[in-house]
Design a protein around this ligand. Structure first.
Ligand code: ADP
Ligand code: MG
Length: 698
């Protein structure tokens, strides 16, 4: 231990535990670990969450309105005006050029801190009040013999802190490795590139992000670090893609006119232009011996299932098997049902695997899949990944609904590499999706099939609830069906304002709609019971279905034309849009009511967006802007670590540049073995470990 300690005191390296830094020790190291900081490398990447800047000192006589200034002066007089509606503490300060009024609202606490005769530094924005310049609520620091200068914490980084480790302490410890930064962070790119791309050196970036001399340099530091982060992520994706392209083989599934028309005959309608475009892209992909890796995006009800079924039948026509995976059993059942509808009287052998399938029956099915007898297998991701051996798996279709990830796919790729089609109803702007996840191809269904009616959407405050119930009653009398969706199954005490499905089911069935058949559906009910409720709702035996968001996925009941979402402000916009997609599936008018108890204006304006727009892509963009990309698609889902400083929405320009450069680099030097790529290679391994399989190829 001591040996490392001695050594490290002189030359810290990135993997050295922070414990061995001066001022840390075992106890603080534990606190650092809570912040995710274990090594010196982690510490360097523990970026401030905000920065303070003090402007250069100026003179009172030169102050201009709206300018942010730092001035030094002597307090001439003070006055606390507690009688005002907004009590304020006032001080007059002077330097050799003039006198200035300083005001702190609610500044009573300053009465025993500030007094005439003191020398004080104040920093803030200059305002004009009754023709006089003044500073309102400025930062200040009283100077004395002991503190002739304002301390450093007035400028520089503010770190996310925790109990036992303040921002100031973190800052002090970070400053200990500052001198070593030159050695710790080697440059990744050559000088010419940095110049062309307008990027400062990596070591300056690390220095300035922690201790920026001014805002301009901070901006440059951020830009460089964001670029590096995005570049390494894209490089990881580029390498992964290179590996798939060169080291895994798929069985090509060719398409002929005969196959094409035989498949199309299965659909009782003409495919839309968007569907046809997606199918062409899929045909081109599946024709190759390189495995397809395609994302199919489209709003709920836009006709993705039909496109996926086309791909499945193309694989079957090429004597290959297909696995169709859904996130839940309900959804798997739905997929199977709609496939059954299209494949009536067809020779294609298909089966639905359920959790309830056990013993002899299950063994028979597994054998049939293993011998290649069954063409299409539908089930949940969990079931299909368990222990099922296919004889010749040619295509995997994954319905992710609104998740966005590819991690599961890897596990299915054992001996053979099937083509892969991922469906998602998260309408992420295409360019963003392609760019962020550089190893995916993307197809989009932008326009839904014709004949679908826009859903009329209203948000309903608690005062209008009764009116909405009466409106719904009229519709139910006309034999239409309704969904009532709740954020929770049962009520929790702490959040009594959140209505729960179980309680509301009681109330709705007994008090509000006693004349109708009201049933309950939620994820914790036994599978058989769920299936029964769904099937009765589908047959029209249930008028009103009270549920949690289990209905979000895949339920298709055209006669259900009403959707009520309780606690609507608790759902993300994209999720509300998904839910709304359950209705508007027939020629009849559909209505979506967003019930909310909130008085929060932002929450209401979000619901207003839902009322205004029916375009999933537009809504998704609002959601991205309002909530950030984190929830919608984290890179972690993609098998890569999350981004620390860059953000694929705000830093899209940098992302585009990083992607281009990364893919170029991999095409020139696939395994990054060239000497000039040594540092990049090292940084990549440090960041991703071997998640991207760089080590095994080299
Ligand atoms: P998604 O999977 O994107 O939610 P589906 O493929 O389930 O959408 O299609 C939704 C509905 O639209 C289904 O009832 C389907 O039969 C119908 N549909 C799909 N494509 C067309 C089309 N080209 N013309 C008319 N109806 C279509
Ligand atoms: Mg669907």
């Amino acid at each position: 231990m001591t040996k490392i300690n001695e050594k490290s005191q002189t030359r810290p390296d990135l993997s050295m535990p922070v414990q061995f830094l001066k001022g840390v020790g075992p106890a603080r190291a534990k606190t650092f670990a809570q912040l995710g900081v274990e090594t010196v490398g982690d510490l360097l990447e523990y970026f401030p969450r905000d920065w303070n800047f003090l402007p250069e000192p100026s003179k009172i006589g030169q102050m201009q309105p709206n300018e942010t200034v730092t001035i030094f002066g002597m307090i001439e007089s003070t006055d606390y005006q507690s009688y005002r509606r907004q009590p304020l503490f006032e001080a007059l300060i002077s330097d050799d050029t003039g006198v200035c009024r300083i005001v702190w609202f609610h500044g009573g606490y300053l009465s025993n801190q500030l007094e005439p005769g003191q020398v004080i530094m104040v920093s803030g924005k200059v305002t004009l009040y009754k023709h006089q310049l003044q500073l309102t609520n400025p930062k200040f620091f009283v100077l004395d013999e002991e503190h002739p200068q304002p301390p450093e914490y007035f400028s520089g980084g503010i770190y996310p802190a925790c109990e036992g480790l303040s921002s100031g302490q973190i800052k002090m410890i970070v400053s200990r490795v500052h001198d070593a930064v030159d050695e710790l962070v080697p440059e990744l790119y050559d000088e010419r590139f940095c110049k062309r791309a307008n990027l400062i050196s990596r070591k300056n970036a690390f220095r300035w992000i922690h201790l920026p001399p001014d805002e301009e340099k901070l901006a440059q530091a951020k830009r460089r670090l964001k670029y590096d982060e995005l570049f390494l992520m894209q490089l990881g994706l580029a390498l992964r893609r290179y590996k798939v392209q060169h080291f895994s083989k798929a069985v090509p599934c060719g398409c002929t006119d005969k196959i094409d028309s035989r498949i199309r005959r299965r659909f009782p309608f003409l495919l839309t232009e968007d569907q046809n475009a997606c199918i062409s892209e899929i045909i081109a992909d599946m024709d190759k011996s390189e495995p397809m890796n395609r994302l199919l995006q489209g709003d709920v009800g836009s006709g993705k299932t039909v496109v996926a079924l086309y791909a499945a039948l193309l694989a079957v026509a090429n004597k290959m098997q297909v696995a169709i995976m859904a996130p839940t059993e309900i959804l798997a059942g739905q997929h199977f049902l709609s496939i059954e509808r299209y494949l009536k009287n067809s020779n294609v052998k298909r089966i639905l695997i359920t959790g309830g399938m056990t013993g002899k029956k299950r063994n028979e099915v597994l054998n049939a899949i293993g011998s290649g007898e069954i063409d299409i297998v539908v089930g949940t991701v969990a079931l299909l990944q368990a222990d099922i051996e296919f004889q010749k798996l040619g295509l995997v279709v994954i319905d992710e609904q609104h998740k966005f990830g590819v991690a599961q796919r890897a596990q299915l790729r054992k001996q053979t590499t099937p083509h892969c089609l991922v469906m998602t109803a998260t309408p992420i702007p295409r360019t963003l999706a392609m760019t962020a996840f550089g190893d995916l191809d993307v197809s989009v269904i932008r326009h839904s099939p014709p004949g679908r009616r826009a859903v009329i959407t209203r948000w309903v405050s608690r005062h209008d609830r009764q009116k909405a119930y009466e409106f719904i009653r009229e519709r139910l009398k006309a034999k239409k069906q309704a969904y009532f969706v709740y954020p929770r199954i049962t009520a929790v005490e702490q959040a009594s304002d959140v209505k729960a499905a179980t309680d509301e089911w009681e109330r709705l069935s007994k008090k509000v709609f006693p004349e109708f058949n009201v049933e309950l559906l939620h994820g914790q009910m036994p599978s058989a019971k769920k299936q029964k409720v769904m099937s009765e709702f589908r047959k029209g035996k249930i008028d009103l279905l009270v549920s949690t968001i289990v209905v979000e996925v895949g339920v298709d009941v055209p006669n259900a034309t009403i959707m009520v979402i309780e606690g609507a402000d608790r759902f993300g916009l994209a999720q509300l849009h998904q839910l709304r997609g359950r209705i508007g599936r027939s020629d009849a008018k559909s209505f979506c009511f967003l019930f909310t108890e909130t008085d929060n204006e932002t929450a209401k304006s979000r619901l207003e967006i839902m009322a205004r727009s029916s375009d999933g892509f537009e809504i998704a963009e609002h959601d991205l802007r309002l909530r950030g990309p984190g929830e919608m698609f984290s890179t972690r889902q993609h098998g890569l670590p999350d981004l620390k400083i860059a953000n694929i929405v705000d830093d899209f320009d940098l992302l585009v540049m990083a992607r281009k450069n990364a893919f170029e680099m991999v095409s020139n030097d696939p395994m990054l073995t060239r000497a000039e790529h040594k540092n990049i290679r090292r940084a990549l391994l440090a960041k991703f470990g071997d998640a991207i399989g760089l080590a095994d190829v080299a």
